[in-house]
Design a protein around this ligand. Structure first.
Ligand code: 5GP
Length: 234
């Protein structure tokens, strides 16, 4: 894959596609946390995340969600629709954990009375701060109609993925989504993988996601491989 690089992020590289309507995204083996302060190369992570995300995106597309994925190119590369990434991350939480537990003093693992949706401003420089609707529209990151659409899509995606994982003995605790503008529509972009979700074993609550890396729990890729094994039914 020798296409010119357009952008290199912490865990992925975006290259020019064959035409003006596509990009190639290549998953890297780099693991980062705490806005890049903790960083390590984990050989094989890119391949695992690509495989997991591709399965989840295909499942969502089969269930009516518009996504950027055109086709899988190889173990770590995908062809996607060009889109203008909206600089608002959508976070969905089914169970208290991570930033939510810390910020609001709620014990990790506590059930929530309702599904939580949050927005954060996608900015490495600012450390992805939480941001509300009126702040987003005030600085022109997205319109209220776009936010309403992204939130509704995120909740539909939550229902689809939570059911998908439940069948594979995995609890979908929380996750982060990114959307892009593409030919007048808003489509799901980026990835859905153990880097961007919290996934717990439904019997033991064992963590199978990036918290293994963030919290030095060990065998990071063992968790990711377990997720892939379960969702491919192997
Ligand atoms: P928290 O706010 O608890 O740190 O994160 C909530 C969920 O969103 C977690 O599943 C976490 O992995 C995901 N998430 C939040 N921000 C980011 C981000 O900048 N990058 C990635 N890959 N995931 C994120």
């Amino acid at each position: 894959m020798n296409q010119p690089i357009i952008y290199e992020g912490k865990s992925k590289i975006v290259c020019r596609g064959a035409d003006d309507e596509s990009y190639i995204i290549r998953y890297k083996d780099t693991a980062t946390a705490f806005n890049g302060e903790k960083k390590e190369e984990l050989a094989g992570k890119g391949k695992l995340n690509a495989a997991i995300s591709n399965i989840l995106f295909e499942h969502l597309a089969q269930n009516g969600i518009q996504t950027h994925l055109i086709r899988v190119l190889d173990d770590t590369s995908i062809l996607v629709k060009q889109s203008e990434i909206i600089l608002v991350e959508v976070i969905v939480r089914n169970i208290a954990a991570g930033g939510f537990s810390k910020k609001y003093g709620v014990e990790e693992g506590s059930p929530l009375h309702n599904t939580v949706t949050e927005f954060s401003y996608k900015s490495d420089q600012l450390g992805d701060p939480l941001i509300n609707d009126s702040q987003i529209t005030a600085i022109g990151l997205a319109t209220q109609a776009e936010l309403d659409y992204m939130k509704a899509q995120a909740l539909m995606i939550n229902d689809l993925l939570a059911a998908f994982f439940r069948k594979r003995r995995i609890i979908l605790v929380d996750f982060k989504l990114e959307f892009g503008r593409c030919q007048g529509e808003i489509i799901l972009c980026d990835e859905i993988s153990p880097d961007s979700c919290r996934l717990w074993d439904s019997e033991t609550n064992e963590k199978l996601d990036k918290d293994r890396f963030r919290r030095d729990l060990g065998d990071v890729l063992g968790g990711y491989a377990d997720v892939l094994r379960r969702i491919t039914g192997q």
